[in-house]
Design a protein around this ligand. Structure first.
Ligand SMILES: [Fe+2]
Ligand SMILES: [Fe+2]
Length: 474
């Protein structure tokens, strides 16, 4: 049955999961919907707008998934879209390798799967909450539109996880879906589950760094869940990854444009000391990078984890690009070197490949992050500047894992607690840095205009020019 042929429910919750054929599920989701909308109204973007030039997914096919048009944000059609089922999809790894993928949740894995979905689901609305005030200081209408695009899609990702909880996890799943709206980023009583999602995103440099580093962690987590033996989770994540590509673009080109503008002013005035010219000095950019990278590394968990080993063997969560790995996809007899602290020294130690899977994923992520730094350094190089940005050492500013108990400089030199306290302001944003960055954050809402601290983008959205009317303010 073609879901789009039933306008009644297609109006309420757009979907490609034949929701109309399951009245109970439909009713349950329709009763969650007003709670979601009231969460969006109270915890979502604060800047009043008439409409925004947004991409809306109306289906997953080539034609359907990216419809562009001006829409009032509260009328955005948050829907439920799973990638098309593959023919005869088989489990690609673990103890069930080669068996048909699961269309239902096996009883023995129910609790673990639910936990994985809740943790993923918790991050999606968290980032909307973290970014809710950024509209007030948008550097251009183009950037404002991108912020809102990321926000509505994170809202849709919440829908994606809530659909799974409602459809496959019964009453407990429905309760968890409520909790996803009750926990809030930074809340004292009911904070979001993961640390980085309780940090504030107070300015646009933080936003670009967040979408580059922290959203990118999300991309890698989704990549592992896309491999899941639980087919509805796999297909949901596959479609979410499509949307994530835009979030990655916002972060990557956002930092590009900050670096580009700073480099330009450095060259024009032949000085490193560009704060007085109203742009962000490179050392401050480096400090923000250090912060967002190190808190994002923490999101991958400890270097070793027996839980994650069990998830893998059970088929719940695979590796990044599992099918491209040239091994037996069960890893029962393989090993991996993971970062470790041995006798107080930073070193590596060999462990079973299964227990080292967090490290495996974090390394894929780090390699990806190095790509960003290369790009930004190319911009500096092309400007004729000798300065370079760098990722800090893996042990720098860590709160989770082997290095949580020590302090190091960005180059990995170990420091006493006293040294760390006296020197960390050289490496992490200080109150002075934050206040300075915030002082630059003045809104620019005129078509085709941009804040002085940021270069304009190379391209607009969906073939539109930079000076397009991407947002109509209220
Ligand atoms: Fe997301
Ligand atoms: Fe995202």
């Amino acid at each position: 049955m073609n879901p789009m042929s039933t306008p009644d429910y297609a109006e309420k919750i757009p979907n490609n999961v034949a929701l109309a054929e399951d009245r109970r599920l439909q009713r349950a989701l329709e009763s969650w919907q007003p709670n979601f909308l009231s969460w969006w109204q109270t915890m979502g973007p604060t800047l009043p707008t008439q409409d925004v030039y947004l991409r809306t997914a109306v289906n997953v096919g080539r034609e359907g998934w990216a419809h562009f048009g001006h829409v009032p944000m509260k009328d955005y059609r948050w829907g439920i879209f799973l990638a098309e089922p593959g023919p005869d999809r088989r489990i690609g790894f673990g103890a069930h390798k080669g068996e048909p993928a699961w269309q239902q949740v096996p009883g023995e894995y129910r609790a673990d799967l639910q936990r994985l979905i809740v943790i993923q689901g918790d991050t999606e609305p968290a980032s909307v909450e973290q970014q809710r005030n950024l509209g007030a200081t948008a550097p251009s209408l183009y950037d404002l539109r991108n912020l809102f695009q990321v926000n509505v899609e994170e809202g849709r990702h919440l829908w994606a996880m809530v659909y799974l909880l409602h459809a496959y996890f019964g009453r407990e799943g429905r309760e968890e879906a409520e909790e996803l709206l009750h926990r809030n980023s930074g809340s004292a009583d009911a904070p979001r589950i993961l640390g980085a999602f309780n940090e504030e995103t107070p300015d646009w440099l933080s936003f670009f760094m967040f979408t580059y580093f922290t959203d990118r962690d999300g991309k890698y987590q989704l990549g592992t869940l896309k491999e899941s033996a639980f087919d509805p989770l796999s297909r949901t994540c596959e479609f979410m990854l499509k949307e994530e590509a835009h979030h990655m673009m916002v972060g990557t080109t956002g930092v590009d444009r900050v670096v580009e503008r700073t480099a330009q002013v450095m060259v024009e005035n032949d000085t490193d000391d560009v704060a007085a010219y109203g742009v962000i000095p490179l050392p401050v950019i480096q400090k923000y990078l250090n912060f967002h990278y190190s808190v994002s590394l923490d999101l991958f968990g400890g270097e070793t984890s027996t839980n994650v080993a069990n998830y893998y063997t059970a088929g719940l969560k695979g590796r990044w690009l599992e099918e491209r790995r040239k091994d037996d996809h069960t890893l029962a007899s393989d090993s991996i070197f993971v970062d470790a602290l041995t006798d107080g020294q930073i070193t590596v130690t060999e462990v079973a490949a299964l227990t080292g899977l967090n490290t495996d994923l974090r390394r894929e992520y780090i390699a990806d992050c190095e790509g960003g730094v290369k790009r930004w350094n190319r911009i500096l190089d092309e400007a004729g500047l000798p300065h370079r940005l760098a990722l800090p050492h893996i042990a720098f500013n860590r709160k989770v894992g082997a290095f949580a108990g020590i302090e190091t400089s960005p180059t990995g030199e170990q420091l006493s607690a006293v040294d760390w306290q006296s020197r960390k302001g050289q490496w992490l944003p200080t109150d002075v840095d934050k206040t300075f960055v915030r002082s630059l954050m003045r809104p620019v809402y005129d078509r085709g205009k941009i804040a002085a601290w940021l270069a304009p983008p190379r391209n607009g959205i969906n073939g539109k020019p930079f000076d397009y009317d991407y947002v109509h303010l209220a």
